[in-house]
Structures are given as C-alpha cells and as structure tokens.
Ligand binder design. Structure first.
Ligand SMILES: *[C@@H]1O[C@H](CO)[C@@H](O)[C@H](O)[C@H]1NC(C)=O
Ligand SMILES: *[C@@H]1O[C@H](CO)[C@@H](O)[C@H](O)[C@H]1NC(C)=O
Length: 236
C-alpha cells in the first residue's frame, strides 16, 4: 500500500519531467575533420575541444531549450572526400550544423553548397574574404579573413612612419594546409597601396623556404635572407 501511494505521488513529477525534456529542440551537429595529426585542425587535436564545448553547454545549461547531438566524421584534406562526407551526413543523419571541414581546399566546396542545403557551418578555414558574404554562405568563421591581418600591420607602419616595407613569409609546401601567409601577404600588399599610398618600389616581398636551408644551417640561411632584405627595408 505504502509503495502504491508513493508511485501515485511520483507520477505527476515524472510527467512534468518528460514534458520538459520533449520541449528541448534537438540539434544535430557533425564535425568533419581530418585524421592526419600533422594537420592544424586534425580530429585528434580539436575533436576533444569540440566535445568539451558541447558538454559544457549541457552541464552549465547554457542553452536550456536546446539539446545538441554531436557526432564526428573522419575525412582528409582534399577537395572531394569532405564534400561526400557532408552529403552522406545529410542523407543518413539529421544534420543542422557542420563543424569543419577545416582545411582550406576542403572547406571551400562545402561552403559553396551550405546555402543550397540550408545548413549552418562553423569552421576555422575558408578565410578568403569572398566567403564573408552572408547571403551566399551559411558560415561562421573562427578566424579573421585574410584581410583581417592587414589593419594591425598597417597601423604599426603608420605609427612609425615607415615608408619602406619588406614583407617576409615562409613558404608552405603542402596545399592541404591553410595557406595563411600565402593569402595574407597579397591582402597586406593591396592595402599598402590602397590605404598607405605606397608604390611597388616602396615595398618588397620575400618568400623564404626554410626547408631549403642546408641541415643545421637555418641560422645562416636566415641571416643571408635578412641581409638581402635589409637593402629594401626601413633600416639600411
Ligand atoms: C545522435 O544522432 C545520431 C545520428 O542521427 C544517432 O545515431 C545517435 O543515436 C544520436 N545520439 C543520441 C544520444 O541521441
Ligand atoms: C600618393 O603618392 C603619389 C606619388 O607617390 C602622390 O603624387 C600622391 O599625391 C599621393 N596621394 C595621396 C592621397 O597621398
């Protein structure tokens, strides 16, 4: 008898508990990241961080109305595989948000179809400024685009009134990585001309290949390079 009473008393509690759960909106989030740990945004490096973020939202009840179902898919960094992974995820799973792909050459083709499928995308890549068009791409980027580096560089140049500028950057051989320097330098060059009125004779661009330094001679390689560059830079 006593047991029966308890059950009846508990029933409304159970019911209201069930109602609260069903009120939550379920969002399906899939992270598509490369396996290769040498990549900047490899699954092994950023996957645990994404899990932790979702777990923190849940634990701290940051989005009381939302339940996030996070899953992971492995990909590589090429132009095809991550797109297929994304399309398979649309087909096989419910999908609301995609995190990644995070290599530039994988990110771009997926970004281009997010609008068509009306899926939100969050990524550390796709930094070309064209991807900033919110009407075209349903995407949030976690980094400033390639032009984002320009304002601080320009303001340092202005602060010190430099009128001769050398831009040095390291060449990356891998086309599957984010080619941050390769794309950032032209953006800065463009701003030097457009915003600081420098001409092509006022700035100098040097791409260096540290891999070309003979074993153990990186110091010498860099010294020679700086010597060459000093002819074109602020201090002679
Ligand atoms: C999350 O979604 C996947 C794919 O739709 C499903 O297989 C899995 O059971 C879901 N997990 C939870 C905890 O709901
Ligand atoms: C830009 O530089 C050119 C020559 O280098 C000069 O003739 C021109 O007046 C400058 N324009 C501005 C807006 O400073």
């Amino acid at each position: 008898m006593a047991y029966f009473e308890v059950s009846i008393l508990a029933l409304p509690l159970l019911l209201s508990f069930t109602v609260v759960i069903s009120e939550k909106e379920k969002y399906y989030m899939k992270a598509i990241l490369p396996d290769d740990n040498s990549k900047e945004f490899a699954m092994g490096k950023v996957g645990p961080g994404i899990s932790k973020a979702v777990e923190t939202i849940r634990r701290e009840n940051r989005l009381p109305q939302v339940e996030i179902n996070l899953t992971f898919d492995h990909s590589n960094c090429d132009q095809t595989n991550p797109v297929l992974t994304f399309i398979d995820a649309l087909k096989d799973d419910n999908l609301d948000v995609i995190v990644g792909p995070a290599c530039d050459y994988s990110c771009a083709p997926v970004a281009r179809i997010t609008r068509y499928y009306r899926k939100a995308m969050v990524t550390g890549a796709c930094l070309a400024s064209a991807f900033g068009n919110k009407d075209q791409y349903f995407m949030t980027r976690l980094y400033p685009d390639y032009y984002g580096t320009s304002p601080p560089v320009l303001s340092i140049i202005q602060q010190y009134k430099w009128d001769m500028v050398a831009l040095l950057y390291e060449h990356q051989y891998s086309y599957s990585e984010i080619q941050y320097c390769f794309f950032t330098i032209p953006a800065i060059q463009k701003d030097l001309v457009a915003k600081l009125n420098l001409t092509e004779n006022d700035y100098f661009v040097k791409r260096f290949h540290l891999e070309l330094a003979v074993d153990g001679n990186e110091g010498e390689y860099l010294e020679n390079m700086l010597q060459e560059v000093s002819e074109h830079a602020r201090s002679k």
